[in-house]
Write a protein that binds this ligand. Structure first.
Ligand code: FAD
Ligand code: NDP
Length: 407
């Protein structure tokens, strides 16, 4: 493994953002260095929280769920909360906040995440409408989710499907509109997507595929085929855009995401970036992509944190993966969703299976439902050089753990 040496900076480490990447970074720096000055700037007035619960436990159980991030392991941090970082002067190494204050940095880490895309033509009709990215959004949805209320969701990605599952659990009527003929187009193999759509349909979710929303009236959403869907609440989950304006305006290379190398470095010295806001080399697809997952935000930050604290500067190249909980399904997906050969293990009828993607005999992706032990074995094999036999992988009578030990 290549090691780049150690960073030796002057002045405080300033972090912009207070999501999982920012808090993981601060925690890791503190764990390895008790002396370095850390400043966190966040435009959120809320105490830091974790987003995955917002579409799941928090939406169902509210304040009873444990959605706050733990700050105890990141002590002695100067917090500038409720302040937006407005502009960045990389020559002077200063950042200016919305209240006019200017903050000097030795190293700056942009952990500004992403924000939900909106549909402006639906706003102002009188139907309550929201995206889901923040605690405020989740509280708004929670207020309107009641048994028998009609929820219309636009977008069949992870947000739309998780909200649909939670809303059905609280007894709301759910209709989901998706622009494509399938759900989870961006991030799951077709067979998994079909299984999940059927699972939702069997639990009462009505789908409108290949449809776009046109506009909203007082209590309905109008589709491009003229169909009118009654709605007490509309939730829009149609993807995100990176919060990269600070970097872009400072001349740092961006393209809906800040370009970083495997050391978290941007194109400007002493400016780093981590989490959803970054565009990085995906080690499986071999393309520069935004990897919008919790594990990436955490682990990219931990790797950079160790380096900034004075530890070894190691490359980050984790295999991308995410989980999603819908009803009683624990869904886990790693790598890329398509190869040149696909192996199926398990049974749809039992809601327990794995779909493995191979490319030239090597695993490039795995998607599992309620099979996390097996998922972890296959995830570890992704991007390894091991050549696997598809007929053995699909044979459930063979102990997969033993098989991979022997190849
Ligand atoms: P963010 O969490 O977006 O945090 C960025 C922070 O920066 C925000 O607090 C923002 O207010 C602040 N900020 C931005 N610009 C500025 C500025 N100029 N000045 C000051 N502050 C600024 N992933 C999974 O793998 N599994 C899941 O089950 C899962 N569930 C999810 C459910 C929901 C509802 C959502 C929204 C996401 C989910 N994700 C999940 C994705 C995961 O939460 C994200 O990948 C992760 O939150 C990214 O963390 P981040 O710290 O990079 O960015
Ligand atoms: P996604 O990009 O995953 O999905 C959005 C879906 O909406 C796509 O299928 C998209 O189709 C479709 N779409 C786009 N425009 C329209 C439109 N006008 N009408 C109808 N459908 C449309 O984004 P999400 O909003 O679901 O998720 C947002 C973020 O939250 C992501 O970063 C995601 O990773 C994260 N997240 C992760 C979770 C997890 O990992 N478990 C859970 C929840 C959120 P097309 O592909 O054609 O654009």
């Amino acid at each position: 493994m290549e090691i780049l040496g150690t960073y030796n900076m002057q002045g405080p480490i300033v972090i912009v953002g207070s999501g999982i990447s920012a808090i993981s970074l601060a925690t890791e720096i503190r764990a390895n260095n008790s002396a370095v000055e850390i400043v966190i700037i966040s435009d959120d007035r809320e105490a830091p929280y974790d987003r995955p619960q917002l579409s799941k436990e928090y939406l169902r159980d509210g304040e009873n769920s444990s959605f706050r991030l733990n700050l105890e392991r990141a002590p002695d941090v100067e917090w500038l909360r409720g302040q937006r970082a407005e502009s960045l002067n990389t020559d002077a190494k200063r950042i200016t906040l919305s209240n006019g204050r200017s903050v000097a940095y030795g190293a700056l880490v942009l952990a500004t995440g992403a924000e939900a895309k909106r549909l402006p033509n639906l706003v102002g009709s009188g139907v309550p409408i929201t995206t889901l990215r923040t605690l405020e959004d989740a509280s708004f949805i929670r207020e309107h989710l009641r048994p028998g209320k009609k929820l219309v969701i636009v977008g069949g990605g992870v947000i739309g499907l998780e909200v649909a599952a939670t809303a059905r659990a609280v007894g709301a009527d759910v209709t989901l509109v998706e622009a494509l003929p399938r759900v989870l187009n961006r991030c799951a193999p077709f067979k998994l997507a079909s299984f999940i759509a059927d699972y939702h349909a069997n639990r009462g979710v009505a789908f409108h595929f290949d449809r776009l929303s046109k506009n909203a009236a007082a209590s309905s959403l109008l589709l491009d085929n003229g169909r009118q869907l009654h709605a007490d609440l509309i939730v829009v989950g149609i993807g995100v855009v990176a919060n990269d304006a600070l970097a872009k305006n400072a001349g740092i290379a961006c393209d809906d995401g800040i370009f970083v190398d495997r050391y978290g470095r941007t194109t400007c010295p002493d400016v780093y970036a981590v989490g959803d806001v970054t565009r990085q080399l995906n080690p499986v697809s071999d393309r520069f992509e935004r990897i919008e997952t919790w594990s990436n935000a955490q682990n990219q930050a931990l790797t950079l944190g160790r380096a900034l604290a004075g530890g070894p500067v190691l490359p980050y190249s984790d295999i991308p993966w995410y989980w999603s909980d819908q009803y009683d399904l624990q869904i886990q997906v790693a790598g890329i969703p398509a190869g040149d050969e696909e192996v199926f293990r398990g049974r749809f009828a039992d809601a327990q299976f794995s779909i493995i993607q191979l490319r030239k005999g090597k695993i490039v992706g795995v998607a599992s439902v309620n099979r996390s032990r097996e998922f972890n074995i296959f995830k570890r094999l992704i991007a390894s050089d091991r050549l696997l036999d598809a007929s053995i992988l699909s044979d459930e009578s063979i102990n997969i753990r033993e098989y991979v030990k022997w190849i």
